[in-house]
Design a protein around this ligand. Sequence first.
Ligand code: NAD
Length: 260
Amino acid sequence: MNLNDKVAVVTGAASGIGKQIARTYFDNGAKVAIADLDLAAAQAAARELDPSGERALAVAMDVTSEEQVEAGIAAVAAKFGGIDVLVSNAGIQIVNPVESFDFGAWKKMLAIHLDGAFLTTRACLKLMYAQGRGGSVIYMGSVHSKEASKLKAPYVTAKHGLVGLAKTVAKEGAAHGVRANVICPGFVRTPLVEKQIPEQARELGISEDEVVKNVMLKDTVDGEFTTVDDVAQTALFLAAFPTNALTGQSIVVSHGWFMQ
Ligand code: NAD
């Protein structure tokens, strides 16, 4: 499977899972846009991939801003000649019990995960439909698209919501050869997760080691973290898959934490 001559936009690709997906797409032939809130980190990631700038581009984008998403996607299409793959990956985590969850924090979570997915999808679909060469839209869900955990109400709500969006885009996009799927990783040791370990230890009144063993990895088949590469290989498979046969699905990559 390769992505030769394909153009991919990955949001939140200055760090963690998105960064590895960008690298994997690049290594498999794609032209890659690294869209992130943190422009300096996005520029560094793009330089790491391709110092010449021919096949890697950094784009400043807050995925919750309609204006920035429209401008960013247009800039990618102008530089690389269209868009074939969108990975809507940007995300954050805020943990708190429901009864004391701050309303502003709730809205911020839904905006990044859901508004961001909608805005980037809308901008890319318009281009994909007009280009007439199909496309692949991939949402970064989570085991929390299927399961709940304490303290993560807006995250679980938003990640479940992405499954609905993917199924709708799969139905609407089929006539244009555009597929939509969700990747649902288990815990991956990125900055997003490293930040949660002490926060959850405090909230649950247990040690950080117990958070890892008894909360995060308790239900896996082997006590292992999922890796950025595990997720990136799945993203490559979904991006390169050639037909509408694989659409509207959510694929769980979690060391068996959740089995569907
Ligand atoms: P990360 O913190 O390493 O990277 C997230 C990136 O998103 C950062 O570069 C950040 O600058 C960017 N970002 C944040 N808000 C943004 C915004 N408004 N607009 C544009 N970019 C923004 O996190 P990660 O662990 O790589 O997470 C990536 C995705 O994977 C998220 O959607 C997350 O929910 C999901 N996920 C992570 C795990 C895990 O265990 N790490 C598990 C399942 C799903």
